[in-house]
Design a protein around this ligand. Structure first.
Ligand code: NAD
Length: 290
């Protein structure tokens, strides 16, 4: 299949490379100069999208998604599937999907979980919104780039699932870091905390798969001086999206709101920018109640 892939950053590049390696003819575009194994580079987003049977985007935010799609939809053939894998606000996703339909395209919002490691290994999870028929047709591509895809419902449902998931992630990471910081002061070893919690009712992905304590549990960014991984500022972006969505539908999300405020302070005033989101542990371990 001829695939146009726009946005070849940390996530998009390995995703596009996996599609090419599986035998698809992938033409890519990024506004930065990049090269990706097996992917032919186009001179513009329009050139990457023009002859494609499917176009995939993996871009930083909703504003950029809106501007790229304004540019490419008019050159795409009727019936082409448009898959946006970026994490963006639900309103942008729904607006872009409506425009895509007006151009006769089949839009899917398909944000991912699994990070750069999952993208490189083809082990992402896709949460997909759009028509079920478009999802079924695109599923072979999700199966190349990921290990699981879940059809969530109409346009925007994939983004809604993504921000709900990441709101839980932000909250559980904070709770896990707090528990380690408390255990330190109670004289409990971090290894004991991990061994108990990872097999008890306090367990979560944040503890079991991405332990924020260095030298404990599976290898994680904590073992690499908190080099991301998943940067604190990306977690802040997702928590802001969750609170923006919560406000728009009058949902009460006090833990998500507090997590957003704590990550905002961490990124903007407490040295967290550029660190993994699990670096909340050294910050909390150093601070005190008063
Ligand atoms: P990134 O910044 O590495 O990549 C984004 C790419 O888009 C960059 O290469 C940039 O040059 C390109 N770009 C920006 N504007 C463009 C334009 N107008 N035309 C063409 N290309 C343009 O970011 P990333 O880590 O690859 O993340 C991409 C998306 O995936 C984000 O929405 C992010 O929230 C989401 N995401 C990231 C992770 C992660 O762990 N990094 C995990 C899940 C989801």
């Amino acid at each position: 299949m001829k695939i146009g892939f726009i946005g070849l950053g940390n996530m998009g590049a390995p995703m596009a490379a996996n599609l090419a390696q599986a035998g698809h003819e992938v033409t890519g575009f990024d506004r930065a100069q990049v090269s990706v194994a097996g992917v032919a580079m186009a001179a513009s987003a329009q050139a990457a999208a023009r002859d494609a049977q499917t176009v995939v985007t993996m871009l930083p935010n909703g504003e950029i998604l809106r501007s790229v799609t304004e540019d490419i939809f008019s050159v795409m053939a009727q019936g082409v599937t448009f898959i946006d894998c970026s994490t963006v606000d639900v309103d942008s996703t729904r607006a872009v999907a409506a425009t895509a339909k007006a151009f006769g395209l089949s839009p899917l919002d398909a944000p991912v979980s699994g990070g750069v490691g999952g993208a490189s290994e083809g082990k992402l999870t896709f949460m997909v919104g759009g028509s079920e028929a478009a999802y079924t047709a695109a599923r072979p591509l999700f199966d190349i780039m990921g290990q699981k895809s879940v059809y969530c419902g109409p346009p925007g449902a994939g983004q809604a699932a993504k921000i709900c998931n990441n709101m839980i992630l932000g909250v559980t990471m904070l709770a896990t870091c707090e528990a380690f910081a408390l255990a330190d002061k109670l004289g409990l070893s971090r290894q004991a905390v991990f061994d108990v919690v990872s097999t008890s009712s306090g367990s979560s992905w944040s503890m079991n798969a991405y332990c924020p304590a260095p030298g404990v549990g599976p290898n994680s960014p904590a073992d690499n001086d908190y080099t991301p991984g998943f940067a604190a500022e990306l977690m802040l972006k997702d928590l802001r999206l969750s609170q923006q969505a919560a406000q728009s539908v009058d949902a009460d999300t006090p833990m998500g709101e507090l997590a957003r405020d704590l990550y905002a302070a961490f990124v903007e005033a407490e040295g967290g920018r550029g660190l993994d989101f699990s670096a909340m542990l050294p910050k909390l371990a150093k601070s005190s109640r008063s």
